[in-house]
Design a protein around this ligand. Structure first.
Ligand code: BGC
Length: 758
């Protein structure tokens, strides 16, 4: 029996909500709409954390908080839940939320890496494991997936999303919602999914986190909205607002955005939470006059839960209602949605968590296996001159594994990891040593010190989040030592990239260079003449122009998680072949940013690659790119019809053959281009993909359906979704430069085929 059934039918839940509501005072209602951070006070916590924890416990004790975030220990969940239950007359339990972004105890590759797998079923399974672990300790809801499209790698939060493309982004959004939530809200061992940050946050001006966003209507509807639509259609129970101004109005108080688009056009009927302190920020932005006005504006746009660090704006709701600034009905509408989710999750019947069971779920070894597969499937092979990879263990006498990131267990997990277990985390060096055994000499030197940030971040206070620079680290001597090790080895595996605290929230950069002296190290190692494999550990594209010409093998392993080292060894030694593909166009340099494959055609399109006079304007690696240890050929691209009446579909089929000697994975990608219409359309847009595993020599025919969902777009000219009568080019291949193509036409003019925007 599901929790929904346990909690009662929809009508029963509604009736229980109404019954609770009539007995609640305004202060109790405001409490239900308030979510506090709780970091826990203890001797080692700073004065601020202790003071804030006391404030929260006082609030819980008088029914002043309906939800908490950041509590991760099951015993603490139970203790705070008891305080909550006893603190309100109605016995309304607290909802516990947390950022379960890419795993809880078992850490999976960062979301950008998982998007590079182009494997939604795998991503769904990984987030299902994350949900299982989180729910076991008493967490009911995750602030994930982050579905913000990101086209500017200076923005540190690019690591949390699925990259530049709305179609891939929508597929990843839906897969993650299904993984977190299961097939319905309230499913056992699952958590509520909260796609964020609504909407447009990834387009921050200059890539500067939190800065304003100005989007054209076409970009908003065609690029930034589709992943949210997919997440809502997959049943997401929650949505989080964004920090920044969208076209001059703060997203968290933006009536058009939240009422007309989210609740109206997307039909979202779950509960809405603000980003941390974002309701208070309505005053900070110079939008609301003060905290009372901020609370009024937020409630009026249907913002149900205020996420607050301290001193919430919603504490002013009583006075706002008394002054007539907002109706109690508007407050009630928010309270209803919060109570409803608590009932649907079955929390009234089962508010507490089984601490014993939590321990056994977290220790489940099958979770680590899912993480290993996820890390293998996320890696992207960028270069492999002369087939240097895979390395053959039998022929290796000695390997130098270089770079601080080769041994750092905290960094391999990536940002947004808190409950990890370093004991069970496998570094790249450890895994290479374990795989090769005593017959091969494996040496290591860090080569360079971790790069220090010029400015600190909110994450610095979490234990281990800032890498420690060894005392007395002699930069020149360490670099020389690493080069000496490379000189004396059969192969050098150099692990370079960004330390995890250099990417993520509050981790935007003005450059995409390899931080510190890493390029110098790489150049010196390559100069030894020893064959070099570069492993890139990153959450954004970095400047690899030199490496792309001089380093024979480059494998992007991202931040691969708990089992990252093991998975990297599996790939290096050919137990599996890399099959990931880039979820963004990889820029040559920061000056090209933003560079996307789906730009429109303009004057002199034949000179598209020459828009700058000093450097090609094409990316270093195209969107969708990634090599394998084998090769694939595409043939027999066939359409089942060449003319399609608007509103109908056609089937595209193509034969893909593994033409090499080894098994491998290929991501078959389908792109379309509409030649003319009511607006000019991108030169190419992804409209289908499938990841296949093919044995050596194996052929497979793949079919895609193209219908109204793929062919419609939002037209700035029509100010609505349209399906134009036009001619479409279609290409299928292994990346966004695919050359095998054909064309078809659509006839007549169809409707939008989806809720029209407001
Ligand atoms: C971030 C959110 C996150 C929240 C809670 C905010 O600073 O923008 O993405 O969910 O903190 O940790």
């Amino acid at each position: 029996m599901s929790n929904v059934e346990a909690a009662g039918s929809a009508e029963e839940i509604r009736a229980r909500v109404e019954k609770l509501l009539v007995g609640m005072t305004l202060a109790e209602k405001a409490g239900q709409l308030t979510q506090y951070f709780y970091f826990g006070g203890n001797e080692s916590a700073g004065e601020w954390a202790n003071e804030q924890s006391r404030e929260v416990e006082v609030a819980l004790g008088r029914g002043g908080a309906g939800s908490l975030l950041f509590v991760r220990d099951p015993a603490e969940v139970n203790r705070l839940q008891r305080l909550t239950m006893e603190g309100n007359r109605h016995g309304i339990p607290a909802l516990f939320g947390f950022d379960v972004i890419h795993g809880f105890r078992t850490i999976f590759p960062v979301p950008l890496a998982m998007a590079a797998s182009w494997d939604p079923p795998m991503v769904e399974q990984a987030q299902g494991v994350a949900a299982r672990e989180a729910r076991a300790v008493g967490i009911h809801w995750t602030f994930a997936p982050m579905v913000d499209i990101a086209r500017d790698p200076r923005w540190g939060r690019i690591v949390e999303g699925a990259g530049e493309d709305p179609y891939l982004g929508a597929a990843m959004a839906a897969a993650q919602v299904r993984g977190f939530q299961g097939d319905h809200l309230g499913a056992p061992e699952r958590v509520v999914a909260g796609p964020k940050h609504f909407a447009g946050y990834g387009a921050a001006l200059g890539g500067r986190d939190y800065d304003e966003v100005n989007l054209s209507a076409s970009e908003f509807w065609n690029v930034y909205l589709p992943p949210f639509r997919a997440a809502v259609e997959a049943g997401a129970g929650n949505v989080m607002t964004a920090y920044m101004d969208l076209d001059g109005v703060p997203a968290t108080g933006n009536r058009w955005l939240l009422s007309e688009v989210l609740r109206g056009a997307l039909g979202f009927d779950g509960f809405l939470v603000s980003d941390a302190n974002a309701v208070r920020n309505l005053a900070t932005h110079g939008f609301a006059a003060d905290l009372t006005d901020a609370a009024v504006r937020a409630v009026k746009v249907g913002l149900d839960l205020e996420m607050a660090i301290s001193d919430p704006a919603y504490a002013h709701l009583e006075e706002a209602v008394a002054a007539g600034s907002v109706d109690v009905e508007a407050v009630d509408a928010c309270v209803r949605r919060v109570l409803e989710v608590k009932l649907r999750l079955g929390l009234f019947d089962q508010p507490y968590v089984d601490e014993e069971r939590a321990r056994s779920v977290l220790a489940d070894p099958s979770h680590r296996e899912v993480a290993r597969v996820a890390a293998r499937r996320s890696a992207v092979l960028l270069r492999n001159e002369g087939g240097l990879l895979p390395l053959s263990p039998a022929r290796l006498g000695s390997v130098a594994v270089l770079g601080h990131l080769a041994t750092s267990k905290r960094d391999i997990l990536g940002p947004w990891s808190f409950e990890f277990d370093l004991e069970e985390t496998v570094s790249i060096l450890e895994a290479v040593q374990a795989r090769l055994g005593p017959g091969t000499e494996v040496t290591h030197a860090p080569g360079v010190r971790p790069t220090e940030r010029l400015f600190s971040s909110i994450f610095d206070s979490f234990p281990g989040n800032v890498p420690v620079v060894e005392e007395g680290f002699d930069d020149d001597a360490e670099l020389a030592r690493a080069v000496e090790l490379a000189k004396g080895s059969d192969v050098a595996v150099v692990v370079l990239g960004e330390w995890q605290n250099l990417v993520g929230e509050q981790a935007s950069r003005s450059s995409i260079d390899l931080p510190g002296r890493q390029l110098e190290l790489l150049q010196a190692v390559v100069a030894t003449g020893t064959p070099v494999v570069l492993l890139v550990m990153n959450g954004r594209p970095l400047d690899l122009r030199w490496a792309a010409e001089h380093v024979p093998a480059i494998l992007d392993v991202w931040y691969p998680g708990t089992q990252g080292g093991t998975a990297v060894a599996d790939l290096l030694f050919g137990d599996v072949a890399p099959g990931g593909k880039l979820p963004f166009s990889w820029p040559r340099s920061v000056g090209q940013v933003p560079v996307v494959y789906s730009h429109t055609t303009s004057h002199e399109p034949e000179r598209q690659a020459e828009r700058y006079w000093d450097e090609p304007s094409t990316p270093l690696y195209p969107f969708g790119f990634g090599l394998s240890y084998t090769s694939f050929a595409y043939s027999e691209l066939v359409l089942d019809r060449s003319e399609v009446p608007a509103g109908e579909s056609l089937v595209v089929s193509v034969k893909v053959t593994n033409t090499g000697e080894r098994p491998g994975d290929e991501v078959v990608q389908l792109y379309v281009h509409q030649r003319h219409g009511s607006a000019s359309r991108p030169v190419r847009e992804l409209k289908g993909f499938r990841r296949l595993h093919l044995a050596a020599g194996e052929p497979r025919t793949v079919r895609f359906t193209l219908g109204p969902a793929e062919l419609r777009y939002w037209s700035s000219a029509a100010r609505d979704y349209v399906l134009d009568a036009s001619t479409f080019d279609v290409w299928v291949g292994g990346d966004s430069t695919a050359s095998l193509g054909t064309s078809f036409s659509t006839t007549g003019r169809g409707g939008a085929g989806s809720p029209t925007p407001g």
